[in-house]
Design a protein around this ligand. Structure first.
Ligand SMILES: Cc1cc2nc3c(=O)[nH]c(=O)nc-3n(C[C@H](O)[C@H](O)[C@H](O)COP(=O)(O)OP(=O)(O)OC[C@H]3O[C@@H](n4cnc5c(N)ncnc54)[C@H](O)[C@@H]3O)c2cc1C
Ligand code: SF4
Ligand code: SF4
Ligand code: SF4
Length: 437
């Protein structure tokens, strides 16, 4: 079991999710990345097999993970994954709340854990100080570092490479990751128990898709801003729900769009979504202790409407529950239980859409004899509706050529884009019913 096997079975077959686990776990540190964040060998591989065994790109046994993480069997019909409770939460610290992507709860919980001495650091994702439009994995060991890494980074980031630092450090750590990264972390428990034992909390972000790093770069350029002028780039800057936001070196700030971020992301995913994300069947970080997503109040007609700027939480493990209870008792967060039948229909629909599209693609690739990730459960045969939806989604890949995608961005960030967005919202209001949550 060696790096060449990882290359042959995963990276070379287009199955690498660029999670960074292989680099993070390699005991002799002979894995690096190319400029697109794909792993490559930089030294002599000792054939220990750690990287191949932890890699989530080619194989994740959902049934096995369900048994080991939750002691429960996996249900292929689930849209949420194994979930004990759902909450809508916000921190009591308003600064933390305002800094966050949704309600700042992930940052608040990490700060709480660090201040209480329950962890010595947290693996998070920040922006590269030298190229502030590129993200990178960071092992944050102070409250300030955790706070600086708040906000979602919608860009492929092999952040699990920072496991290398955790291996060298003493103590307990929390890790924030996307669903694919959490698959790799859970697989790691069976391979490197010493490193795995240091990971006290595994916090997951919901994930519909992720962007190739050139996405945000071309978005900035499409707005006529030179990269050399950028001091800071936020994916969710400028107040809830936030959006692409540039701070120039002269201190001036420029929001790149007025359209709602989720509608901008829907276009960005089609233009810049990573190919491997199209084969991914986990939208809600189904194997985390706690998973986090946006809470859209406009879908709720009653008291939940008041909970603007909150984070939606899926609590999955007793450890996750204990953390929420303790943080609330100690006054760090405020939580509102969300009954199962009030779970956000928008999020469930996102999960359904993602799974359906992936099932169609896995099916198609299987027929063509192409490599597919193995999830070790029988996915349902694709329905005509799912095939139609996948076809419609795939049509957008025709716009992925360099000139066309740049033209689409220019339109998206112009008044014409705003008009098209309004028409699309009208269409959704007629055909999609989220309003009776
Ligand atoms: C690529 C991506 C896709 C997402 N898709 C959806 C979606 O479709 N629907 C939805 O409801 N929510 C989605 N989310 C989650 C959502 O954007 C928020 O991150 C989540 O609600 C937590 O908000 P918060 O304010 O509590 O977190 P914050 O307090 O802002 O903290 C966020 C934490 O996540 C870390 N982080 C940021 N980006 C990454 C990353 N790329 N990889 C690993 N860690 C990271 C930060 O360092 C920080 O610690 C997505 C997030 C990402 C990064
Ligand atoms: S983890 Fe082991 S098998 Fe993988 S590259 Fe490093 S030494 Fe080789
Ligand atoms: S561990 Fe992650 S980064 Fe490494 S090959 Fe597998 S999917 Fe790619
Ligand atoms: S869509 Fe899946 S593979 Fe892509 S970043 Fe999200 S969790 Fe990872």
């Amino acid at each position: 079991m060696s790096f060449s096997e990882l290359y042959q079975n995963v990276i070379g077959k287009g199955l690498c999710a660029r999670c960074g686990i292989c680099k993070g776990i390699c005991p002799v540190q002979v894995i690096g990345f190319d400029e697109d964040a794909y792993p490559l060998l930089t030294g002599d591989c000792t054939e220990c097999g750690f990287c191949t065994k932890c890699c989530p790109g080619g194989e994740v046994d959902f049934s096995r993970l369900s048994e080991t993480v939750f002691g429960a069997s996996y249900s292929p019909d689930t849209l949420e994954g194994y979930t004990e409770n759902r909450y809508v939460c916000h921190p009591t610290n308003q600064e933390c709340r305002l800094r966050g992507a949704s309600g700042g709860i992930v940052t608040a919980l990490l700060e709480y854990l660090l201040e209480k001495g329950k962890i010595n650091g947290a693996l998070v994702v920040g922006m590269n100080p030298e190229t502030p439009y590129r993200s990178l994995g960071v092992l944050a060991t102070t409250v300030q570092e955790i706070r600086d890494a708040a906000q979602s980074k919608y860009s492929i980031t092999p952040s699990m490479e920072a496991l290398q630092q955790i291996r060298k450090s003493k103590g307990k750590f929390a890790v924030v990751g996307l669903p694919c990264q959490i698959h790799g972390l859970r697989k790691m428990a069976e391979v490197d128990s010493a490193l795995s034992a240091k990971l006290e909390y595994i916090l997951g972000l919901y994930c519909n898709c992720n962007l190739n790093p050139r996405g945000p770069i071309e978005a900035i350029e499409a707005c006529g801003i030179s990269l050399s002028d950028v001091a800071r780039f936020d994916f969710r800057g400028g107040g809830w729900p936030g959006g692409f936001f540039v701070t120039r070196k002269d201190g001036s700030t420029i929001p790149l769009h007025t359209i709602n971020i989720k509608n901008v992301m829907n276009v960005m995913f089609r233009l810049y979504g990573a190919d491997r994300c199209g084969l991914c069947v986990d939208a809600l970080a189904e194997y985390a202790d706690l998973s986090f997503g946006d809470f859209w109040t406009f879908d709720y007609p009653d008291k939940f409407q008041e909970l603007e700027r909150c984070t939606l939480i899926s609590q999955r493990t007793p450890k996750g529950l204990e953390l929420l209870r303790e943080a609330e008792t100690d006054g760090a967060i405020i939580s509102h239980p969300l009954p199962e039948d009030r779970m956000s229909k928008r999020i469930l629909q996102m999960s359904q859409g993602k799974k359906n599209r992936a099932f169609v693609r896995l099916h198609k690739r299987g027929i063509k004899g192409e490599a597919t990730p193995q999830y070790s459960f029988d996915f349902p045969p694709p329905t005509t509706k799912a095939k139609r939806s996948e076809l419609f989604y795939s049509l957008f890949t025709l716009l992925r050529g360099e000139h066309t995608r740049k033209m689409v961005l220019k339109i998206l960030f112009s008044p014409v884009g705003v008009l098209l967005d309004r028409i699309n919202i009208l269409r959704k209001n007629i055909f999609c019913n989220f309003g009776n949550n």
